[in-house]
Design a binder for this molecule. Structure first.
Ligand code: ZN
Ligand code: ZN
Length: 294
């Protein structure tokens, strides 16, 4: 037990030191400044080439989403995630050790060329995420958490990172075992991460880009607008579940783009009654249950 507590604390202080040095020392390998730089870039695109015209400079909920962006990307790790995930990995390895399993790796990719490793990790991780995203829509208690992301009523790049921190936990835990089996462990694929943030920012941006024929491979603002549409095709839990790749939706028949969706109302049924502040939104899934019981 003491061992796990030490890992928890080390994770906490380790991340705190990491975050401090990220902010104090800009470099090319720095998530903090890359996130700010990419955000400013996509924001500029929205201002110069707006898709839906006549939007104010700071659209509805801009500052709420900006806060989510830093909370989900940096602060949540400091408060909880980093420490907990280190403890989980250690406990999981100890658990496997009980059965004499000391190595999960089934495919050794370290000997592959770097681009091959990137490609494999990107495609496998994205496919797992696509499946998790479908679950977030289908499983009622998960949907209560995912509603935070779908409470966006006006698209803009920062909406990308408006989501409940439970999503981080769900996505990462489901991904952990398959990725550990391919031998990726907790490796840091910086470029890949930056690439997926760029695609995600663009998917939510108020710019009309659909990448021509590449739209069958990459998710894009037009396709993702329909993911956020308030009115879904009858009997469906959702459409266009893709994160970075749109490919899975075309392969498995969940792609749905009836028109460009420029003026399509976004959100879900009774979205106007959904809480509007950070704190009320992240406590909503639990408080909602209490209210229901009462
Ligand atoms: Zn969704
Ligand atoms: Zn979205």
């Amino acid at each position: 037990m003491e061992k796990y507590f030490k890992i928890f604390l080390d994770g906490y202080y380790g991340y705190w030191n990491y975050l401090q040095s990220e902010i104090l020392y800009p470099s090319w390998h720095n998530y903090f400044y890359w996130l700010i730089g990419l955000s400013l870039l996509v924001w500029m695109l929205e201002v110069i080439f707006p898709w839906r015209k006549g939007r104010p400079f700071f659209r509805k909920d801009f500052w709420l989403d900006a806060f989510y962006m830093f909370f989900n990307f940096f602060l949540f790790s400091l408060i909880l995630y980093n420490s907990l995930s280190n403890v989980f990995v250690e406990a999981f390895n100890d658990f496997l050790g009980l059965f004499g399993i000391t190595n999960l790796v089934a495919i050794e990719v370290n000997s592959w060329p770097v681009w091959g490793q990137f490609l494999l990790l990107f495609v496998v991780a994205d496919f797992i995420q696509w499946n998790v995203h479908r679950m977030l829509h289908r499983v009622p208690w998960l949907w209560e958490f995912h509603k935070v992301h779908h409470s966006v009523e006006q698209m803009g790049f920062a909406a990308h990172l408006r989501y409940h921190w439970m999503e981080t936990i769900v996505y990462k835990s489901v991904q952990y075992i398959p990725l550990a089996m391919i031998g990726f462990g907790l490796a840091d694929f910086f470029v890949l991460h930056i690439f997926t943030i760029a695609i995600g920012h663009l998917n939510h941006a108020n710019v009309k880009i659909s990448y021509g024929p590449l739209k069958y491979i990459f998710n894009n603002p037009v396709m993702h607008t329909w993911h956020h549409a308030k009115h879904l095709p009858k009997g469906s839990h959702g459409v266009n579940y893709g994160i970075s790749l749109s490919l899975w939706d075309y392969l498995f028949g969940t792609a749905y783009i009836p028109n460009d969706g420029e003026n399509e109302p976004l959100g879900f049924d009774k979205v106007e009654e959904f809480p509007h502040t950070f704190w009320t939104q992240i406590t909503y899934p639990w408080l909602r249950k209490k209210n229901k019981k009462a």
